[in-house]
Design a binder for this molecule. Structure first.
Ligand code: AMP
Length: 281
């Protein structure tokens, strides 16, 4: 597996390559990231994984400095999973001069993490645009763990005619249901135990809806009371919106997302469930 740190060398290496699959990550890899490489290998000839903790998408009081990093371990895992290239630029390689261009996607960024992390999706859309221009992939693979991110990137690709096909991939979970995340390492054993309430409450919500519940308030209240029963959990949001447009719904209909963000101490976890009423009726 090739490891490249600068844009020029990556471009030279990829110059004559076709059918490239890009897997953008911030590193500290886990099975969730590796599942994207797996999906990429199925349909791409060359799999490029980028590893870049993008300062632009972190707010001033967020965890950019303490975000977990282990580059050697990441490279070993990426290689074992079958990636062909790891592209790991420094911050100064990606942002050498003051930049005056930001990609801003409106509407789908207004709710959920877009509301609670101002500027976050500008940072995401801007860095992903740069990666698309640098790598020029045929496909790009994103996890539905970050379902709003998938909606934002798909909207950007549609609006700006990027010649790339976005492939959304399913959420990978621990055996007990906790969605894999690089941030799970921050959790104390007690927090880790209580964090199970995220996936459990989504499961409960699904059951509720399968049994005929159509009132969004009732679904949200049910989830809120389950999460509220965990003393270390602090709810940031519990929302039910249309997916992928992420608009308010009066009643459950069509395809929708139940999305959660919950803090345990300083650790912010997200999880979601996307479903449609056709599945249950
Ligand atoms: P990150 O390194 O957190 O920026 O994530 C890089 C990519 O991996 C994003 O597309 C995420 O949605 C995806 N990802 C992270 N965790 C998971 C997971 N548990 N299951 C599936 N994809 C994931």
């Amino acid at each position: 597996m090739k490891i490249v740190h600068d844009i020029k060398s990556l471009r030279e290496f990829l110059q004559d390559k076709k059918n490239i699959g890009l897997v953008p990550t911030m590193g500290y890899l886990h099975e969730g990231h590796l599942s994207l490489v797996n999906e990429a290998k199925k349909i791409s000839e060359h799999v490029v994984m980028s590893i870049f903790v993008n300062p632009l998408q972190f707010g001033p009081n967020e965890d950019f400095d303490r975000y977990p990093r282990d580059f050697d371990r990441d490279c070993q895992m990426a290689q074992d999973a079958g990636a062909d290239v790891v592209f790991a630029p420094s911050v100064s390689e990606m942002y050498p001069d003051k930049s005056f261009t930001t990609v801003h996607v409106s509407s789908v960024t207004e709710r959920l993490c877009g509301a609670s992390r101002p500027g976050h999706f500008d940072g995401v859309a801007t860095v992903v645009s740069k990666l698309f221009h640098i790598v020029q992939p045929t496909y790009a693979f994103f996890g539905l763990k970050d379902a709003q991110q998938v909606a934002v990137i798909q909207q950007m690709v549609n609006d700006l005619n990027f010649p790339v096909k976005i492939i959304p991939c399913p959420i990978i979970r621990e055996k007990d249901g906790l969605a894999l995340s690089s941030r799970n390492v921050y959790l104390s054993p007690e927090e880790r135990e209580q964090a199970l309430v995220l996936s459990q409450s989504l499961k409960e919500a699904r059951r509720f809806i399968e049994e005929g519940e159509r009132d969004i308030r009732a679904v949200i209240n049910h989830i809120r009371s389950l999460i509220g029963s965990k003393p270390l959990a602090e709810i940031e949001y519990v929302e039910v919106l249309s997916y992928p447009s992420l608009q308010t719904l009066k009643r459950l209909e069509g395809r929708f997302i139940i999305a959660l963000a919950v803090k345990f101490g300083k650790t912010r976890l997200i999880d979601n469930l996307i479903m449609s009423l056709q599945e249950v009726s």
